[in-house]
Structures are given as C-alpha cells and as structure tokens.
Design a protein around this ligand. Structure first.
Ligand code: SAM
Length: 288
C-alpha cells in the first residue's frame, strides 16, 4: 500500500507541473491536516472488506486515507481536469477507482458494482468533504435514492451540521432537521477548524455521521402530505400550527383545529416545537 503523506506530496507536485489551482466555484477547499484526515477516515468505521464512495476527491488527500482502510474506494469527481493529479496521488493504491461525473447524476450502487465487477446487491459507505454549494441536494440524494448506502460520514458547513443534529425548540431545528431525521440517525462527529483547509474557507466546518434507517422511525400514511406539512411549517415558522395546517392542506381554520385535536396537538404551538413523530401524526390526522 501507499503512504497518504507521499500521496499528498505527489498530488501537489503534479498540480504544480500542470499549473492547477483549487477552483472555488466547485467548492475546492482541500483538507490538508493529516490528523483531521485520519480522524474522518476513522469515523467511517470501515471494515477491510467494505467499499466506500468518496464524493469529490479533489486532489486525493482523503482518498488515500480511505484506500488504506477499505477494500475498494470509488471516488466520484466532477472536475475532469483533476484526472492527472488524482492518478499521480493514488498511484500506490490499486483499490481506488476514479469516476468523473456529477454525483447527483449517477446511481452509486450501479457505479460501485461496475467499478469493482460485483454482482447482486451492493453495500457501501460514503465519506466526503462535501462541496458546500450543493451539500443539501447531495444529502437528500444519498438518503432518498442511494440503495445500498450503509452510512455516510460527511464534512459540511458548521451551521448545516448544527441544523442536522438540532433538537425541537432550538433555533437550528427546521426543515432539514426533520426531513433528514425521517431517513437517518444523525450524530455529530466534531468540528474542524478553517485553518485545516487549503485554501482556507470563510466558514467553519463540522463532520456528521448519517446512518440510514431500514424502516423510517415513524410511520406516515402519505409521504407527500407529510413533506408538504413540514415544508409549509418551516416556511412559516412564526405562525401557529392552526394556520400552518390550514395553509398546507388548503382547509379552513375549523377543519385545521379539528385535525390538530385528533392528533392531540395544541393548535397554538409553533412548528419548531413539534417532534418528527408529532409532524407525522398531524399529517395522518389531516388526511382528507
Ligand atoms: N475530498 C477533497 C478533500 O477533502 O481535500 C476535496 C473536497 S472539496 C471540499 C469538494 C470536491 O467536490 C471538489 O473536488 C469538487 O471539484 C468536487 N465536486 C463539486 N461538485 C461536485 C459534484 N456535483 N459531483 C462530484 N464532485 C463534485
């Protein structure tokens, strides 16, 4: 196997020879602190027989650490110009496959199967220092579409991490919290100072672990109604549930009050105080 420090040196040398610089428009802020890279790779809790998908390998700094721990790494990078840098960085790692594509446009299970010539159902982990401009679409794509996903350890903007792990009643609790909680158990792994990146970002970062549920933790009869309720609730977070239910389901206030009574929810409550389970109950009790 290779050595992640040597991989980093080879990447920098190759990028220097090609005159390549990190591209801000693609969120290219590379994690260059070896202690933090090791910590993130460790947080994935990879077994030696497991496959991992890295979203946005950049210059391959985290990729090398993942390659040390996994059976195979599929690194999906949108920036084709990074091919020579990644090839140089990862020369010592025969278990890495590169795929140049927009991660939002590929089926990860299919791609893992193809990359490692596997058959049947495939299970994989995801590890990524996510491009911050598309963090939320990537998280939802992973949770809603990625069959075979076992867990995801992702670096995100600190504010996003705080919204992901927020408790009802706090200012950070909102649409992202509730919709992600419907799909996955979320844990904070820890903060990563801006000084650990190159170029240094203007925002603070944190790493979270998402473990998708096999079955959602609450039962909802109609997911579309549930989504509509939660979305409307956090678009109008200053309003009471009486107004929110009326707006979400286009019913009058008397009907809204009756739904909330059936659900056992005080009509004067504000949406940020409702738990996932309470939102699910309201959505079900307001079925036409
Ligand atoms: N993993 C590297 C690290 O930690 O040093 C780089 C992380 S950098 C924050 C995000 C990476 O995602 C960049 O390399 C960027 O080009 C890539 N990226 C941006 N949009 C992408 C997309 N839609 N699909 C795949 N990769 C993308």
């Amino acid at each position: 196997m290779g050595d992640p420090r040597e991989a980093m040196a080879r990447a920098r040398q190759a990028a220097h020879e090609l005159g390549l610089h990190p591209k801000k428009r693609l969120g290219q802020h590379f994690l260059v602190d070896h202690h933090q890279l090791e910590r993130i790779a460790r947080a994935c809790e990879l077994q030696p027989d497991e496959y991992v998908v890295e979203i946005g390998p950049g210059w391959g700094f985290l990729t090398a650490y993942l390659a040390e721990r996994a059976r195979g790494v599929l690194a999906v990078e949108v920036d084709q110009a990074l091919a020579p840098v990644l090839e140089a960085a990862l020369a010592g790692y025969p278990n890495v496959r590169l795929l140049f594509a927009d991660v939002l446009r590929v089926d990860l299970e299919d791609e893992v199967r193809r990359a490692f010539s596997l058959q049947g159902e495939v299970r994989f982990a995801v590890c990524a220092n996510l491009p911050y401009y598309i963090t939320t679409p990537i998280i939802f794509a992973l949770l809603e579409r990625a069959r075979g996903l076992q867990s995801a350890v992702v670096m995100v903007q600190r504010e996003v991490a705080e919204r992901l792990v927020a408790r009802p009643g706090s200012a950070d609790y909102g649409l992202l919290t509730v919709m992600v909680a419907y799909h996955a158990r979320v844990e904070m792994v820890g903060r990563v100072p801006a000084a650990c990146f190159w170029p240094r970002p203007e925002v603070e970062s944190a790493v979270v672990r998402l473990v998708p549920y096999r079955q959602p933790p609450v039962r909802v009869e109609d997911e579309q109604r549930f989504r509509r309720l939660v979305r409307t609730a956090f678009q109008r977070r200053r309003k009471t549930m009486l107004n929110i239910v009326a707006a979400a389901f286009e019913v009058d206030k008397a009907r809204s009050a009756a739904c909330l009574q059936r659900a056992g929810i005080d009509a004067q409550r504000r949406p940020e105080t409702l738990s996932l389970e309470e939102f699910a109950r309201v959505a079900d009790c307001c079925a036409p």
